[in-house]
Design a protein. Structure first.
Length: 371
């Protein structure tokens, strides 16, 4: 009977993967709406505990989040457009400086012949691509409005995200309770325990790490702005986004900021100031942000995060990227459970419970001998 149930679970998993593969063009709005509902559920629960109805709490959360997003877009889009234009205009001069100053310095100090590098084509390619980057929004709108059907699909997907998120968030507790009722009665405690561990990992990573990324991006932006760097917002956002992997944002941001500072200022003081900005940001992350917002509950190794995102994007595109971290968290919890089961089994050699009992007896005997 047990093997039959295993075949059912395997068939269900195969069917789910097949559905994801064939329906991935329409899954993105539902997955984003589900992510919004998952992220907003704790806030709505707190409002509900203070006396608000579930629907009113959802309306309040959606109104606040929508207002913040609109304000952020109105502020960031013009600033980013200006900084991308600045970067585009400075790229040819930066490559010329690298070719005429940096490479000869490397040749003189290290005795390595690097003057054969052909940077003219690189400069033209970067300038062309950055020139296209300035019109990303216009390009997206042009592609989306190329045909009536594409426009309808694009608009429907955009409208469906808040609609799906609203209804899922309003009925989140009911959906969770119904799903729990469908679990096999004998396996319900174990499944609920494993799902609780998955929720703890996902909650710590997604909610906590997103807040850490946002805070780090703002810290790096403001610090580099105080230094006087022209590309402060662009580098700060890049470092914040890269912080989804621990320490990656620090290395990416400080390298980009140092290169920009060398080209813009060319003195030691501003280089030291850039290093100080990222050092302060790293200290704030380690001593305040991560302990306060994330804690030690993530359990996802940085390499596992990178592999999950890349593998999800390779297999299922954008939908795979959205599913990568939840699936990685579930797999990690299942592997942890399987490891505990293996350590407690006879296949390991000596069951973990027996080892624990033997150690306990030895401690008691040692205490009696000391007496």
């Amino acid at each position: 009977m047990t093997s039959d149930y295993r075949w059912y679970w395997a068939a269900g998993l195969a069917a789910l993967l097949a559905l994801i593969y064939f329906l991935q063009p329409i899954l993105a709005p539902f997955l984003i709406g589900m992510l919004l509902a998952y992220l907003g559920d704790p806030l709505v629960d707190r409002l509900e505990a203070r006396g608000l109805s579930r629907t009113l709490g959802v309306v309040v959360v959606f109104a606040v989040v929508t207002g913040i997003l609109i304000a952020a877009l109105l502020i960031l889009i013009p600033l980013l457009g200006h900084q991308i234009a600045t970067l585009r205009s400075n790229v040819p001069a930066m490559i010329d400086w690298f070719h005429s100053v940096a490479l000869p310095w490397v040749e003189a100090r290290l005795g390595v012949q690097v003057s054969d590098f052909r940077l003219d084509s690189v400069r033209e390619s970067l300038a062309d691509n950055l020139g296209k980057t300035g019109g990303v929004l216009a390009t997206v709108i042009a592609q989306a409005t190329r045909s009536t059907m594409a426009l309808v699909t694009w608009t429907a997907n955009l409208v469906m995200i808040p609609v799906v998120g609203f209804y899922l968030l309003r009925d989140w507790d009911v959906i969770v309770a119904r799903c729990r009722e469908m679990l096999p009665r004998r396996q319900e405690p174990l499944i609920v325990k494993l799902l609780g561990e998955c929720d703890e990992v996902l909650g710590a990573f997604i909610r906590g790490q997103l807040l850490v990324m946002t805070c780090l991006g703002v810290i790096y932006w403001l610090g580099l702005w105080l230094v006087g760097l022209d590309l402060a917002l662009l580098i700060g956002m890049l470092a914040g986004l890269a912080s989804i992997v621990p320490y990656l944002g620090f290395f990416v941001g400080i390298c980009a900021a140092l290169i920009a500072a060398v080209f813009q200022f060319g003195d030691l003081f501003h280089l030291v100031a850039v290093v100080a900005v990222f050092s302060v940001g790293q200290m704030i992350e380690g001593m305040v942000l991560t302990p306060l917002l994330v804690g030690d509950r993530i359990g996802l190794h940085p390499v596992a995060v990178i592999f999950a995102i890349l593998a999800g994007g390779q297999l299922f595109g954008f939908v795979g990227i959205l599913l990568a971290l939840p699936i990685a968290a579930v797999v990690m919890v299942l592997l942890r459970h399987a490891y505990r089961h293996y350590r407690a089994s006879a296949a390991y050699g000596e069951p973990l419970a027996e080892n624990y009992e033997v150690d306990t007896v030895r401690v008691e005997l040692d205490e009696e001998e000391q007496r």
